[in-house]
Structure formats: structure tokens, C-alpha cells
Design a protein around this ligand. Structure first.
Ligand code: FMN
Length: 245
């Protein structure tokens, strides 16, 4: 896989402030204890509220979790659910498991291929073993509930809305991390009830938010993209350009 960082792109002139924010943002997994002041959180929510959405349906509902008690309970229950999942899915622990659990595990992996892709699966394993937290001990979390009645593709609207918040936070010097693993809590009816997650709402993602404990160690490389440029007529093949090399 060829990878590159944005710094290598041959650009004309300086990056704009918006580009700077986009290119320097990193996911933060180490937060200071004190949360951002409420006025900053409100500004971040405002960036989300003003996101574009199909048909301007704004298919979202936000919740801000700052209560240390609730944050702690979320972390401990998510880790508990991860442990239960790995107990069922990890067929490598013993010969007995590899014989009897492998087919069950493979069935679930096929069924939940996004959730149990090797990357989140590896992370789940770390969480279950107590080697990684789910919410990175962030002092605040923004839940973005998806209203399934939105038009076109509500999950896409959620992504755009959340990224507006993430970029706004980064532009203020705050740190964020998208947490898809909040889905773990959705396996527990107690948390669905607690956050009011019932039709038309779904909760698939949240944003951990706070002050960064350490400075980011630079960009995570991205794949070089082979971009097709259609510039000639209908009969002409597109010109392929490597983006990011
Ligand atoms: C929708 C979504 C869900 C994510 N879920 C998690 C998560 O549950 N835990 C985590 O530590 N990082 C999560 N991430 C962060 C990604 O791992 C991260 O964005 C990616 O590795 C690229 O690194 P960067 O954000 O520092 O550029 C998620 C990112 C996105 C966009």
C-alpha cells in the first residue's frame, strides 16, 4: 500500500485556514481531566447544527454527557459487553473453543462484518483484556442520535454533522475522537432506555471531547488515491492521476 501525508501534495500557495484545520486534525486518545467550558461545547454543537443534510432534514439529536458518574458507568458497561462478546467470539483461546466456537464466531463475523472487521475486532480484544478504554476517559462526550426518518441517507448526514463538530473543536485547540464503539452500549437495553434510543432514533456514533493531554504526533498517512479525471469526450478513457504522491 502506498501511503502519503498531505504535506507532500504539490500545492500552489499556502493552505487556507480551513485546510490547515482539516489537515492537522488528529484523533486524540489522551485527554486532560477538566472538560471544555460549556460555551465552547455550545459553539461545537452549533457547527453540527449548521451542517448540511439531505432535504435539510437535520436528522439528528444531540446529547452532551459531562457527568463523571455517567461517563464512568458507560466505560465500565461497554468494557463488560466487550468482554462478553469476546468470550463468545474468541475461538483462539483453547482447542475446545476452536472446535466448537469457530463456526459460531464465523457466523457472527459474517453477519456483523462492519462491526467485527479485523480493526474493531482487534480493538475489542484489547478492551476486553483491559488494555484499552472505549471512551478514552474523555471528560465529555457528544452523542449524535440519528433520526431514521431523514431523507436519502441519514447516516451520511450524521457523518457530515459530526465532522463539522470535530473540525470546529480542533480549530479551537480542543481534541476529539470519534467513537463508533458506543454501539457496544446499544446491546444493553438499559442504555437504550437511558439515552432514549428508540424509533425513530438510532445511536451508532459519538464524539469524545476535551483538551488534549499530549501534542499530536503528526498525520496518520493516507492511501494514495488513483483519481480518474474525465476531461475528453465520451469515447476517451479518463486520465489517471495519483492524488497524494
Ligand atoms: C465513524 C468513526 C468511528 C470511529 N470509532 C473509533 C472508536 O470507536 N475508537 C477509536 O479509538 N477511534 C475511532 N475512530 C478514529 C479512527 O480510528 C481514526 O480516525 C483513524 O485511525 C485515522 O486517524 P486520525 O483521525 O488521527 O487521522 C473512528 C473514526 C470514525 C470516522
Amino acid at each position: 500500500m502506498t501511503t502519503s501525508t498531505a504535506k507532500k501534495i504539490d500545492c500552489i500557495g499556502e493552505w487556507t485556514p480551513v485546510e490547515e484545520v482539516i489537515l492537522s486534525r488528529r484523533s486524540t486518545r489522551a485527554f486532560k481531566k477538566e472538560p471544555l467550558p460549556d460555551f465552547m461545547i455550545r459553539r461545537i454543537l452549533e457547527a453540527g447544527r449548521f451542517a448540511p443534510s439531505a432535504g435539510n432534514m437535520q436528522p439528528w439529536k444531540f446529547a452532551v454527557i459531562k457527568s463523571p458518574e455517567i461517563l464512568e458507568a458507560m466505560e465500565s458497561d461497554a468494557a463488560k459487553i466487550a468482554r462478553r462478546m469476546m468470550f463468545v467470539l474468541d475461538y483462539t483461546r483453547s482447542r475446545f473453543r476452536s472446535v466448537f466456537l469457530k463456526p459460531v464466531s464465523k457466523f457472527f463475523i459474517r453477519l456483523l462484518h462492519n462491526e467485527l472487521h479485523p480493526v474493531p475486532f482487534g480493538l475489542l480484544n484489547e478492551i476486553a483484556a483491559g488494555r484499552a478504554p472505549v471512551f478514552h476517559h474523555a471528560p465529555a462526550i457528544i452523542l449524535i442520535l440519528e433520526d431514521q426518518r431523514g431523507v436519502s441517507s441519514p447516516p451520511m448526514d450524521i457523518g457530515i454533522c459530526g465532522q463539522n463538530m470535530v473540525l470546529a473543536a480542533h480549530s479551537m485547540g480542543a481534541a476529539t475522537c470519534w467513537i463508533g464503539l458506543i454501539k457496544l452500549l446499544m446491546y444493553d437495553p438499559k442504555w437504550k432506555k437511558f439515552f432514549g434510543v428508540k424509533y425513530p432514533y438510532k445511536l451508532n456514533v459519538c464524539i469524545a471531547l476535551g483538551w488534549p493531554k499530549v501534542a499530536s504526533d503528526g498525520q496518520v498517512p493516507r492511501e494514495v488515491q488513483l483519481v480518474e479525471w474525465y476531461e475528453g469526450g465520451m469515447g476517451e478513457a479518463p486520465r489517471i492521476e495519483k492524488q497524494g504522491e
